[in-house]
Write a protein that binds this ligand. Sequence first.
Ligand code: PLP
Length: 406
Amino acid sequence: MDYQAFFKTSLDSLRDSGDYRVFANLERHNGSFPNATARAEDTKEVTIWCSNDYLGMGQHPDVLAAMHAAIDNSGAGAGGTRNISGTTFYHVQLEHELADLHAKEAALLFTSGYVSNWAALSTLAGRIPDCLVLSDALNHASMIEGIRHSKAERQIWKHNDLADLEAKLTAQPLERPKLIAFESVYSMDGDIAPIAAICDLADKYNAMTYLDEVHAVGLYGPRGGGISEQEGLMQRVTVIEGTLGKAFGVVGGYIAASAELCDFVRSFASGFIFTTALPPAVVAGAAASVRYLKQSQIERQIHKERVAEVRARFDELGIPHTANAGHIIPVIVGDAVKCKYICDILLKDYGIYIQPINYPTVPRGTERLRITPSPVHSAADVDALVTALSDLWTQCELARKPMAAQ
Ligand SMILES: *Cc1c(COP(=O)(O)O)cnc(C)c1O
């Protein structure tokens, strides 16, 4: 086989479909996020409108001070897996901080949110005898991969559809172990799961619940514990999974659950056991971020206001955006090539960086801009965004009729 030719043909067909991913090469400047320098043939100053550093915690003084102090104190790396010399005082402290955040007995750190979902779900579903996983149709790739790796039976229920979930639960013997896996805020549509009703079904049918709060931790609830905290449901959910890389602004993932469950995953999950622990500085920074957002409301408050403002301005100008109760603003373009074109022009002519969201991240025909306002976007940033998008939307509506339907 001509391996190189195979790679090239595959990439060419990806390019033809419009789904080929081009990464923006960005240089963030501490203190001036969401502004950054985009490095291409010509260097350009841009405003980022698609970051998951939702609150700007990636440049928060408390976070940076904790990271500097930890480097000075402990050096660069952890030096081993958690089992073999990689568990530090910082790791233990952060796990306590996270257990407290979610009012759970324990928490367990992973190198990313992806790894936490993959490792926890594959271990739980793989080791609980005859476990049936009931997975929401829009679950994140990391959950899907974890469930697949478990080799447990999996049934997919229609997104946020309680009747479909109940039909699948009813069809099973009450005593069969079941795990309902879902998210609180869905990343690409920004909509929110009916957590209480799902917990009711879990109780009724003797199921465990596994809730990915990656897009909610730090952002919702009086202490940033997520939608389950906001709705007073943390005690009812069996496993809460989160990331330290989005609203908390650093990197890392975790689960929070009972002491026994966390100890079980700690003891059996390959993706936890056989990898070097996060560096102490990263862990210290994440802990500072979690601690800070437990007591500060102002970031969450301004974040909400900024999201409402952008939506109101879009409404004024007739720019279509998908309604949801969360902070993510999806603007559906519905065509991979056009979606990429709009983003290219935004970057080139307006200095606005929004990454096009294409297949397989979202279904074909629902290609979109995913806009994430933050407290660090200024009124001038908002003005520039809505003006640019309004210009472009008009231009593309005239030129490409199918878009007018959106
Ligand atoms: C980003 C994401 C993850 C993975 O978290 P990382 O910390 O980025 O690895 C998991 N679940 C959902 C829903 C996500 O959007």
